[in-house]
Design a protein around this ligand. Structure first.
Ligand code: FES
Length: 382
């Protein structure tokens, strides 16, 4: 049982507005930048339909307004339509975050009927060969194209997500052209963030500064063009924080608005927290009310009292909350350190070293460690 902790008295605890339901770690693809934990293959039994119903009801009662169904690949859950229907009945705005693999016209229609509001389909690249190589599936690209069109045909806004990295970012123009050909409404060009498998493969994924700047210029040129043409497609460009001097306000602050529940019922303040040396509570044993307000894990980095220097006296701490706790842990071994992305951190050198390494990286796609059960077991053993 997790020990209890008290939030910093100076900051009132917010509401868990955003519930991320990681339904499963099962996935037919093998993306080497997946943010799932490295040892996903060893995680416990998945929550049942009834247990997810309970989680959704409790979170909704506490003020949760949006739910994201993700994974792994949420489509492998046979009860997905039921879960969507229940979420809708409870009054959630419902999002499905999927690779599109396993999606069919019938399922799209059933999800619509059940009340799904939003579907985001992720692509690996604009080229079939690169896409399929990264996904670890020969059929992935064709299936994604077909399903993207079907999603649009069923009246959903078309939201496409491309995780970009050094192997596909130079094709940003082709990615955008593909999205325009598909009549996308929103396109997220999200440069890889380094958690889970992406962190393991960081040296082979981090783009150079020049690649990044070029991609941003291309995106801005397209934005101008779309505006001039009256095309409503929105291009969202997400820079990796490895090229920033100040850290991101990760999760809008620890235990502030995000609540993630993993396939086995572990409740986390973010998708990456499982790796921290903290015993996070499980929804099988505790109510969400207890987990959110009273558990040690959710209170550990709330407020400002936990901060060491340089965060403690920093005049930007209320803006960035000291950055990402998981990144601080991965890069410094202590989650309470300042996120080394910050140039005020005395460990900022690790970020500078990663940038320098990116200038000389030679790994090809096939050198990356793919996210699959075999590799997961090997890593967990080592
Ligand atoms: Fe865990 Fe940033 S991903 S705090």
């Amino acid at each position: 049982m997790a020990s209890t902790g008290s939030p910093s008295p100076e900051v009132p605890v917010g509401l868990p507005l955003w519930l991320l339901a990681e339904l499963t770690y099962r996935c037919p693809l093998q993306c080497p930048y997946c943010s799932n934990p490295l040892d996903f293959a060893r995680q416990g039994e998945e929550l049942s339909t009834a247990q997810w119903f309970k989680v959704m009801a409790e979170a909704r009662e506490m003020g949760a307004a949006q739910i994201g169904f993700s994974g792994g690949e949420p489509l492998v859950r046979q009860d997905l339509t039921e879960l969507i229907g229940e979420a809708r009945r409870l009054g959630y705005y419902t999002n499905l975050i999927t690779s599109g693999i396993g999606l069919t016209e019938q399922k799209i229609a059933a999800f619509k009927q059940a009340g799904l509001d939003h579907i985001q389909i992720s692509f690996q690249a604009s080229d079939e060969q690169v896409n399929n190589l990264l996904a670890g599936s020969k059929k992935a690209f064709a299936q994604k194209l077909e399903m993207a069109r079907a999603v649009k045909a069923h009246g959903y806004p078309m939201v496409l997500n491309f995780v970009t990295h050094r192997h596909n970012i130079d094709r940003t123009d082709r990615i955008i052209e593909l999205c325009l050909a598909l009549e996308a409404d929103f396109v997220e060009l999200a440069t890889c963030q380094f958690y889970g498998w992406a962190q393991l493969n960081r040296a082979g994924l981090l783009p150079t500064r020049e690649q990044l700047q070029r991609a941003e210029r291309v995106t801005n040129d397209y934005r101008e063009r779309l505006k001039a043409e009256g095309n409503p497609c929105k291009l969202i460009f997400v820079t990796p924080d490895y090229y920033e001097e100040r850290p991101k306000a990760c999760m809008n602050g620890w235990g502030s608005i995000f609540l993630t529940v993993t396939p086995d019922g572990t409740a986390l303040p973010c998708h990456g927290a499982r790796q921290l040396p903290i015993a996070f509570p499980n929804v099988r044993e505790h109510s969400l009310q207890h987990i959110w307000y009273d558990s040690f894990g959710f209170n550990r980095f709330r407020g400002f009292a936990w901060m060491p220097e340089p965060c403690r006296s920093c005049d930007e701490k209320e803006k960035d909350f000291g950055g990402c706790r998981c990144q601080a842990f991965m890069l410094t071994g202590d989650a309470s350190n300042a996120d080394p992305v910050c140039s005020k951190s005395d460990r900022h050198g690790v970020i500078l070293a990663a940038r320098a390494e990116a200038e000389h990286a030679t790994q090809s796609i096939t050198d990356l460690a793919f996210r699959n059960e075999r590799n997961s077991h090997l890593i967990a053993k080592s």
